[in-house]
Design a binder for this molecule. Sequence first.
Ligand SMILES: N[C@H](CCC[C@H](N)C(=O)O)C(=O)O
Length: 288
Amino acid sequence: MPRTYHFTKLHGLGNDYLYFDAREGGPWPDWSAFARAISDRHFGVGADGIIVIEPSTTAEVRMRIFNADGSESEMCGNGLRALAKWLYDRGWAGTRQLIETGAGLLEPEIVETEGGKATRIRVNMGPPRFRRRDIGMLGDPDAEALDEAVTVDGRRFSLTCASMGNPHAMIFGPMMDEATLAHYGSRIETDPLFPRRVNVHSVEVLDPGHIRMRHWERGAGLTLACGTGVAATLAAAHYTGRTGPRVEVEVPGGILEAEWENPPTGPIYLTGPAVEVFSGTYEWPDDV
Ligand SMILES: N[C@H](CCC[C@H](N)C(=O)O)C(=O)O
């Protein structure tokens, strides 16, 4: 007997997720298989993945994020910003929130509202990390991974890697077009250097305060925005002397602001919009 699941779709600059309130009720499905099915843009509802809200003993709620391929990630910056909106708009949390994530306890803050609804959210993403162990890379776990090299189809890429709880590899230089990033990003994502796979970003530094970039996300492919990717990129760019500690980042879906407070040990803040699109229901075979 199929079961009916209620969801709300929200996005941060077009990085879209389906939200499931699993704080009560259940039983709940195998979220990985469920995410793979519902995220399909043709045979499902369509999204970059799903966000599952669960009870927490240490914060207001626990956020879990599953990519479109069903893989679970440690963290999602755009997803966390939109979750803060989802909670605030329903009166379930205030303007300053504490959320349990796979990257630790993180603090989103509603910074702009319209008609009682959150429109712009700033989130303390915690500090970036640069060691191989943080990124889940092969090699000396205590060594930083600021200048790695992988070769794909005879083309050598220099990677600067950082973690925001989830792993990111940045390719600095002229921004690649979609087809080029899809071709090489998909192969770097699954390179043996990254046993946990990796999110891949093509990053062009325009000046010390401005970056433009394009994302190939682990488990989701090309996306219009990647919050943890923007934060990891600011960390890598500033840490290697390419930018200041505060940048405006142009991603395909719009503009995100990123600021690194007290580098290199302080947190990175990410500020940008979040939008609620619609709510709906989804039938899923009773596999529980
Ligand atoms: N694909 C990512 C998770 C989503 C991150 C991204 N959408 C964000 O806004 O941070 C990973 O597997 O680590």
